[in-house]
Design a protein around this ligand. Sequence first.
Ligand SMILES: [Zn+2]
Ligand SMILES: [Zn+2]
Length: 422
Amino acid sequence: MHRYDLISCHDCGVLHQHRPLRSREKARCVRCRSILYRGIHPDAGRMAAITLAALFTFLIAQFFPIVELEVGGYNSSATLLGAIRVLWTEQMQLVAVVVFLFTILLPAVELGSLLYVTMSLRAGRRPPGFDHLLRAVGMARRWGMTEVLMIGILITIIKMTSLAEVVLHPGLFAFGALTIMLAIVVSFDPKTLWNIGEHLPGPRRVAQKTFKYAALVKGAPLLACHACGLVESLKYTVRHQYCARCGASLHRRRPDSVGRTWAFLLAATILYIPANLLPVMYTHSLFGKEDDTIISGVVFFWNSGSPGLAAIIFIASIVVPVAKLAALALLAWTAQRRSRWRPLQRTVLYRIVEFVGRWSMLDIFVITLTVALVRFQSLAVITAGPGALAFCAVVVLTMIASMQFDPRLIWDPIDTHGEKHA
Ligand SMILES: [Zn+2]
Ligand SMILES: [Zn+2]
């Protein structure tokens, strides 16, 4: 057995041996049932082609206007970058930076790095910077939110049809196509690419001879790299251990996981109050000035005959953040008490929290586009309010809180047998 054949479950830490799967088969953890890997035939050439197509679509989506509004002889159109620039000029620089990161920079980093890596692997070599780029892909993927933005665009369009004539532009269709392509690109697992690259010539961090399975079997506890999945023995002699393959720092459990989770959770909970009380948008129109909070946005859709949209925004902006804060508090509290209560259900809860967290950004994207589109000098102008800043901070802080939590802590008190394997 080769050492790359060892896989540590990212949710509970149990060690498994890799075996080849048929297409569309899934390998699940024996203890917590999380998916370890899928039976996809790694073909770097095919990955490069799809990534290239996605990158082209990304550029079209960024440079063409998404929608145009026409009202009483005035018209205004918006590109994503233009919308972000409007936020920036309206003293909402922090929100503008966050939206820029999640919808432009990180998807660009993901696609650009993947294209470079897959093209090189297809040509049969490991490119310089291989490890850093693959780690960047993993990081960019956790924060990139193209699919959430797409739903945000659709909600904005439906909202605008009640106010003005809406003309759809190529940017909208490009975003639709990009969302579908990114759903395919997400299946290109960096861990698979690491394993392909392992057998190819090219610069590497350490000499090939150190990669020997024999080095593992000495009874020392094992550590799994969070970035590339490599399993290594714990070295008692060094203070900080780094992955021999990709250079990420290694920990048996994330350091001070529960304490940091509590800290971010507390900050998010405090900010949740102004996020709901302060206005997220101001409307200046011929009929006067109007303040909108998150809940009044929900009421607007409900009253204007779109209960479905009202429900989507209510769930994304109110139910999800509250449920997420409560779920993370429960996870942190039970992990702190080393509780043995329902570990499988708590692991599933953690997976749900990780999966739905990003969707809370929906309202921020709707605000970004609305502010950029409704700029009819004498008729109506909508600007962002301080509530949007607080709400944006709540979403980012809860996402960080859930990333700080180490789900393997749920299993530590249950199975001492697992301790020596994980
Ligand atoms: Zn597991
Ligand atoms: Zn690694």
